[in-house]
Design a protein around this ligand. Sequence first.
Ligand SMILES: [Zn+2]
Ligand SMILES: [Zn+2]
Length: 188
Amino acid sequence: MIYDLHVHINPHADEGEIYEYELYAKMRNPKFIGFVIHYAPTMPERVLKDFRDIVSTFTIKSYTGVEIYYPAKKVPRGFDYYLYHFSNIIVDADIIRELENVIIAHPFSYGMRIDESAISIIEKRSIAVELNSAHFKQKLRKFYERLKASNILIPFGSDAHSPLEIASGFEDFSDLLSPPEDVERFLR
Ligand SMILES: [Zn+2]
Ligand SMILES: [Zn+2]
């Protein structure tokens, strides 16, 4: 069964668009959908609340997450999960040691690399590594096969920025992705 943990939704989109998110999500008949918002420390609490309120009206099984730009001065509380977006950085063991129970979003995109030293720490700190269909490249297959062999959680994310993109590409990676039950157990 499909799922998607990386669907962007703008809490200030018009009602029609919000309705379409729910409609298209339903059409894919997913186990669950995780909706996310880009987080900035200057963001008013109100925006986060509006976002959660919208998602709570959906009749499909939904989770709410935030996508945090690393390094983060502040991390908002009360979300089901936290995606970390890195750019122009080599993520090594020291960086991974600062984190726990988070998901690394779209690895090897935006000039980010994961250093060899980080892999065993990722395993120990209960960190998941997203497989993002919008950013996937064939040469990453080996990397994911290795994560899978180390029992590292690999949740799926489409990085949808429109309703039609929800869960797109999921089927192409079913051999690498963690099953929805394992992903749900990881969420808070
Ligand atoms: Zn991102
Ligand atoms: Zn994103």
